[in-house]
Every structure is written in C-alpha cells, then in structure tokens.
Design a binder for this molecule. Structure first.
Ligand SMILES: Nc1nc2c(ncn2[C@@H]2O[C@H](COP(=O)(O)OP(=O)(O)OP(=O)(O)O)[C@@H](O)[C@H]2O)c(=O)[nH]1
Length: 813
C-alpha cells in the first residue's frame, strides 16, 4: 500500500522504474510535477497506477500518433526479423537485447576497442552510440532509461512492458530497421554458398554465447568477403598488431609471424608492428602496403576541405578598410553601415560587434569593423586569411603617407586585391591625380592610366561615391568568384572576443564556410562550447549564420583570440576533446622553438626546400638608404632562392614591422635604426630575426653568406643595458660628460655602445670612462645614475639613449 504522500523518486523506486521514466509517465497522464523531488498525492498515484494498468492490458497502447507509428514499425520489423531468421523464437524485445550489451549488431567497426570497453562498463549497446549527436535530450533520456534498465533485475511482466513504451522508441525502431536491412542484404544476395550458410549458422543467434558479438560480426563480414584472391594493396594509417595486420592481408597470423621471424623480428599476435615492417611483410606476400595519414582533427585549420563544385554557392566578399591616420577610414565604415542596411534588418540598432554586413544591388558585403592594417596583419600572423578585398583610403588633400605605404605592403603580402578610395573629394584642395601619380610608384596604377587598379573618388563625409565604391567591391568580388558550401558544419575565424560580466565569453566570429547554428558544438582557438545564442550585427538573435556572416556567439568556455580559427564538431563532448588537444599541443609548441626563418638556419631551410624566397623588411634612417639596400638585396640569387623585399620604410623598427614579419615569415633588417623597445620584446616573443647594420655592404654580405650557408655566427652582440642621457656637462680637455640614468640592465665600462637619437643610430663606439660620483667603476646597475664619456665622441645631447652591448662568442649550431 502506498503512503498518501510520496516523492517522485521514492515512488519510482517502489514500482521499480527510474525517476525519469516516472516523470515521463506523469507527463503522459498530464500530471505536472517539477522534478524527481516533487511530492505526489494520492490522485496522482492513482493516475499512474491506472496508466500502468492500461498499458499492461493494452500492451503498451500507443499514446499518440507518433508512437503509434513507431510501435507499428517496431512490430513490422520484429516480424521481418523473425522471417529472415527462420524459426528462431522471438526474443524479449530489442531493448532487452541492448540491455544485455548485445545491441552492437547495428554498430560499425570503428572505435572498436574503446567502445567495447565502455559497453562492458555500462551494458549499453553500440547502436546507441552511433546514433548520438543529432538527437539532443531525447537521446539522453533513452540512454538513461537503458542504463537504468540494464542494471535492474528482471521485472514483473507488467512493468517491463510499461518500460517498452517509454524507452526511446525511435531508437528501437532504428535498430530494428538497421538489422532488417542487414538481414535483407544478406538474403538479397541470393546465392548462398554452402560455406557462407555454414558460417552464418555457426554465428547464428541460436548460439546464445556468440550472438550479436561484435567481433563475430566482423568475422562474418570478413569471411563473406573472403575470396580466393589475396588483396593486391592494403591501406594502413599507423602501427597495427600482428593479428590485425594478418587479417588485412587475409593470412593466418602464424604465417605473418613466420615471415617476421625470418626478418629477425620476434612478435606475438598482439604486438604492434610499424608501417615499415608491414611494408616489408607485405612485399613478402606480394601485397603493396600503402600508408594513409590519419587526419588529425585537432589541427582543423590546416585541413582543407574540398567541396564539390555543385555544392558551392556565391558568398559575400569580406572587406577591410586600410589607410593613413585621419584619411577617413572610420567615417567611410560608418557611411557604409548607415547607408546600406541589409534588407529585413532595417530598424535594428547597429551593434559594434567587429564586423557588419550591408547590401548593394541585392548582394551582401561584409565589412570588418577594425580599420587599419595592424589588426589585419595580426590576424594574418595567427594564420587567418579573412579579407577578400582591401579598400585603401587616401585623403585627396593629403596624398600618400607612410601608413598608406605600409597598408599597401601589408595587403600585397597577403595577396589581397586593393581598391583605392580617394577620399575627401569635397575638399577644395583635393588632387586625385597627384594620388594616382604617387600610388604608381607603389605598383598601383589606375585603370585610366593603363593599369588595373580601381580608383574611386569619394567623400565619406558627404556620402558621395559610396555606392560606386560598393559596386566596385562587388565587381572585384565577382572576378574573385568567392564561393562557399552552406550545407555543412561551419568553420571560420574569431574576429573579436571578450569576457562579458553578464554573458560570459562572447566572441564575434566570421563564418567562412558552412552554416553556423545555435546548439552547435564548437571549438574556437583552444576553447570549446555549445552555442547558446547568436546575435547579428543589428543586435538581433539569429538561429543560423551562413558563409561570410559575422555573428556574436555565446557559450564558449573561455575567451579566444582574434584571428583564432573556429570549427563546429559533432557535439560538445567532441569539441571539448579537440580543444583540450589543441591546448596541449600549443603548450608543447611553445616549449619547442617555432619554425621561423632566421639567418642562422636559413641555409638549412633552403636546403630542405622549405624556403624559395627570403622575405625581408627593411627599415632605414632615410628612405633613400632603404631603397638602395632594397635594390642590392633584390639582386641576390643563390641557387634559385631570391630575396623578396615585402616592405621598406624610414624610422625605427616598430611593432607593426614585427607583426608583418611574423605574419610573412620575414626577417627585419635595420639600417642605422634600432627597434623600439616594445618591438624588440615582440620580436623576441614572435621569434622574428632582426639584423642591424650600419654599412650597406655588410648587410648584403650577411644575407648572401646566410643563403650560401657561410654565415659565421661565431660572435654575436648582446645588449646588456640601456641608459638615458639626462644632463650634459662640457669640460675642456675631457670633452662632453653625459650624466645618465640606467633604465634597463646595466652599463659596463668595457662595453661597446650605440648612441641613439629618435630611434636612429648617431654613433657607434666604445665607452671611455664610467663613473659613479667621483669614482671610476666597472659597471652601474639599473636604477642608478652614472657619468660617462664616449671614446673620441662629444656630440651627446640630453634625451639621447645609449645602448650598451658586449660581443660574445656563440657556438655554431
Ligand atoms: N572634408 C572631409 N572630411 C572628412 C571626410 N572623411 C573623413 N573626414 C574627416 O577626417 C577626419 C578623420 O576621419 P576618420 O574617419 O576619423 O579617419 P580615420 O582614418 O578613421 O582616422 P584614425 O582612426 O585616426 O586612423 C574626421 O575629422 C572626419 O570628419 C571627407 O570625405 N571629407
């Protein structure tokens, strides 16, 4: 007898069903409870009892149309199974079979070992597992039920039958169908040879011990396939045990072992042999062993997916705006955003999510919202090629400026087509021809001047020429034939990401291929998650994001970096495993050296065929020297390897130069200039090789020697400290004494020095004297003041920086 009030889980226990099942029943009888802790009153109990009674009597009378169909299907499939198996008595139910861990007939040969292990532990069939992924909670529920059932002793008839109705009916049907198909296949082949019949019989379900065992199933397949001819070729993707290998060869393991012994290898049937050994053994049997590399999914950004041409459809171009400071990049971006709102999005509030889409002539264009080449190249440095087209903004009244040139070189290095927008045409002193002239010098020749670069005069502030510019973007996009396959799992790039107090990790991603959906299991950088929600550039929640669409996603485990790749996987669990693997790999890589080009191992890389062109960035005190150096370096040709100058400029080596070098695997040559402190730090982090010279000839000689493998790195300079000149004292006979402060490292009395003014090397030489107060000292450490003089040099000024270095012997690699 029941108590009058009882909790769901207690009652479930009493009637020997799981709480989940009971909750299901309660739902069926329209009784509302919150969870398994909810209290059931007598009325509820009665309803459940009645329901179960009905089921007992009506043998799981279907409750709705869907179930009706499922039950019908189930009955059908059971019938046909019986037919196909002859007079074998019908087993309990499919669920029961699964519960006994024998449901693996439907399973496939993959992931054999791990799955078998798990089946043993959980008593769960494999059929279950292969069906995971697309089902969501229903599947989960089914699994739960099965697990519960598996662990329970046999129930009274009525209860077991109740379970039959509620235990994931879809799955049972699928499993049955799958089995039916196999049976049919087997039957359909018609010409049962005696051998085959016997084989099947010997594994037939009437032999309860063997029935449904996966291993046996495999043997059936193998024996069925067995033909008198041996395979001519087999494919392996890594070491196999002797037994597995023998199976592939369709030979007895003992034969393989014999051959191994003949080769001097002692191996048992369960020992693994490597691919080389397999190749040798294969030769003995006249079988070619082909090695097929297994795709490492954790490296997904490097795995290129090739889509069939018919699956590809046009996708919107992704555009980045670059140009010199104040030439109007932001104004232009705003103008695009305001004037051409995507159809159906009108009225939405513009969100700055890092990218946005506009529509022109019925076609969409995606703009990246971060103007400037630094962001562009930072992404590229992370291996992300995001941009399809660059709009280079040049102010008509200002002309080509240093950052314009940088932007051109960054775009060229990334091989992205450039459209020039001559902005501020409304200004009276606008001179587009001057800009065309200036850009010719940088390889951008206007169409009307016989070149192939599109120039569009615009006024961002007045909104003039914007439509023309968009039209040109679409034209260039058309020529590029940008396509993607929307009908597959999405992959793309993280544009921006941050940690939001309320929403957790928020990332703006650009879908590059496939379609991103809410609920997808995703890996972004080294993090994973299940997409909880997606928000577009108009602040609207969306369920799907097609190729080239930028969306904000919620649900990641942590904040990825801009430029990180993302990809969707089967489910969150898989995504987690991939993310963990990526993180471990990254840590490992960080520990080891990165494979950047350095002059020291250039020769080795050339020999190994890794390098066909040596990318170089030249920074010099004046543009003239940079050009001179460029001209000389470009003439170098050693064994077909050429020097390619990807950027030249005047002034100190900046962070932007290092980012470009890192993205393009280039070395940086400084001629009479020094790296800025943060650029130096970054170069160390990014392992970018910086070579500093004061004589053009030396720079050329060094590169040439490195390419020939003749570089002699026996001595290397090591910067030990920097001091700042704070005060100057001119003393007759002594010369100029510099009152200094050691800002970094230390200054050593016998060190070499470089005198730097505004990032440019003014003088190179040695220290003459080094004093603390009145005493001569050998060295002065960071944070202390000192007085010094430079050998034969007096032109020291306040604010100068003196870099102190020593020459050290280094071991040749
Ligand atoms: N007359 C005129 N002024 C413009 C035009 N476009 C932009 N400006 C002005 O130029 C200045 C700089 O414009 P921004 O859009 O901020 O330039 P930017 O290139 O984004 O500048 P940074 O973000 O500093 O690199 C602003 O004062 C704008 O109002 C134009 O077409 N005509």
């Amino acid at each position: 007898m029941y108590l009058t009030k009882i909790r769901v889980y207690e009652y479930a226990k009493q009637i020997n069903v799981s709480s989940k099942e009971l909750l299901n029943i309660l739902e069926q009888v329209h009784v509302k409870v919150n969870n398994h802790m909810s209290v059931m009153d007598e009325g509820m109990l009665k309803k459940v009892e009645q329901y179960m009674k009905q089921n007992r009597e009506g043998n799981s009378a279907p409750k709705n149309k869907e179930q009706n169909m499922q039950v019908e299907k189930k009955q059908k499939s059971v019938k046909s199974t019986q037919e196909s198996r002859g007079s074998r008595p019908q087993r309990h139910s499919d669920n029961n079979r699964t519960q006994q861990g024998k449901g693996n007939r439907t399973g496939q040969g993959q992931e054999k070992r791990t799955q078998q292990g798990q089946e043993k532990r959980t008593g769960q069939g494999q059929g279950n597992r292969t069906q995971q992924g697309n089902r969501g909670s229903k599947n989960f529920q089914g699994r739960n039920n099965q697990r519960n059932n598996a662990n329970k002793p046999p129930q009274s008839k009525g209860l077991t039958e109740t379970k039959k109705v509620i235990v994931a009916p879809e799955k049972a049907v699928e499993r049955n169908e799958s089995r039916n198909k196999k049976d049919k296949d087997r039957k359909g082949k018609g010409h049962h040879s005696k051998f085959k019949d016997e084989t099947i019989k010997s594994f037939s379900p009437s032999n309860p011990k063997r029935r449904g065992n996966k291993k046996d199933k495999k043997e059936i397949v193998i024996k069925e396939k067995q033909a008198p001819v041996l395979p001519k070729e087999i494919e392996v993707s890594g070491p196999l045990t002797v037994g597995e290998f023998a199976k592939l060869l369709r030979k007895e393991a003992s034969e393989v072992i014999k051959k191994l012994i003949m080769l001097g290898i002692m191996a048992t049937i369960n020992q693994e042999i490597d691919v080389d050994t397999m190749t040798l053994i294969g030769d003995e049997f006249n079988v070619t062993v082909n090695y097929k590399e297994e795709v490492d999914e954790s490296n997904f950004e490097e795995v290129e997916e090739v889509d069939a041409p018919e699956d590809l459809i046009e996708r919107p171009p992704v555009v980045t705006i670059m140009g010199h400071v104040d030439h109007g990049k932001t104004t232009l971006l705003d103008r695009f955003r305001e004037s051409n709102i995507t159809a159906g999005e009108a009225g939405g509030i513009t969100q700055h999510i890092g990218a946005y889409q506009v529509e022109a002539n019925g076609k969409k264009v995606t703009f990246l919202d971060t103007p400037g080449h630094a962001a562009f190249t930072t992404m590229r440095a992370r291996g992300a090629t995001v941009t399809d087209i660059t709009i280079l903004v040049v102010a008509a009244d200002d002309g080509v400026m240093p950052q314009t040139v940088e932007a051109i070189n960054h775009a060229k290095a990334a091989e992205v087509p450039i459209i020039v927008a001559i902005n501020k045409m409304d200004k009276p002193d606008a001179n587009p021809d001057r800009i065309k002239q200036q850009l010719t010098e940088h390889g951008l020749v206007a169409e009307d001047w016989g070149g192939d670069t599109i120039f569009v005069p615009v006024s961002a502030i007045k909104g003039e020429g914007i439509d023309d510019l968009l039209e040109m973007v679409l034209l260039v996009a058309e020529v590029q034939e940008l396509k993607a396959n929307p009908n597959k799992r999405a992959r793309g790039v993280v544009i921006e990401a941050e940690l939001d107090k309320a929403r957790g990790a928020v990332a703006t991603v650009l879908v590059q291929n496939g379609t991103l959906k809410v609920g997808d299991g995703i890996v972004a950088g080294n993090y994973f998650g299940k997409i909880r929600a997606m928000i577009n550039d108009r602040g609207r929640r969306v369920k799907v994001a097609p190729p080239s669409a930028p969306v904000e996603i919620l649900g990641l485990s942590d904040v990825p970096n801009p430029g990180d790749p993302f990809m969707v996987f089967e489910d969150e669990r898989k995504a987690r495993a991939i993310a963990e693997k990526r993180e471990a790999k990254q840590k490992e890589e960080e520990r080891g050296a990165m494979s950047r080009v350095t002059l020291d191992d250039l020769f080795k890389q050339i020999q190994e065929g890794e390098i066909k062109e040596l990318n170089v960035i030249i920074k010099a005190d004046v543009q003239g020297s940079a050009e001179a150096l460029k001209g000389s370096l470009e003439k170098i040709d050693v064994a077909g390897v050429r020097v390619k100058i990807i950027h030249t400029g005047a002034g100190a080596i900046s962070e932007s130069d290092i980012i470009l070098a890192s993205a393009s695997n280039a070395i940086v040559i400084g001629f009479n200039v020094r790296p800025q402190p943060n650029a130096r730090v970054m170069a160390e982090q990014e392992k970018v090789d910086i070579r500093l010279h004061r004589v053009i000839y030396n720079a050329i000689e060094e590169i040439e020697a490195a390419m020939k493998g003749l570089l002699d790195p026996e001595f290397e300079e090591k910067v030990v400290g920097t001091v700042e000149v704070r005060q100057i004292f001119k003393v007759s006979k002594v010369g100029t004494i510099a009152g200094c402060y050691v800002t970094e490292g230390k200054v050593v009395r016998d060190g070499h020095i470089r005198l730097i003014r505004d990032g440019i090397v003014i003088h190179e030489g040695k220290l003459d004297t080094l004093k603390r107060f009145k005493d001569d000292v050998k060295e002065v450490a960071q944070g202390y003041e000192c007085g010094l003089t430079i050998e034969n040099y007096n032109d020291i000024k306040e604010g100068d920086v003196i870099e102190v270095y020593v020459i050290e012997e280094v071991e040749r690699k």
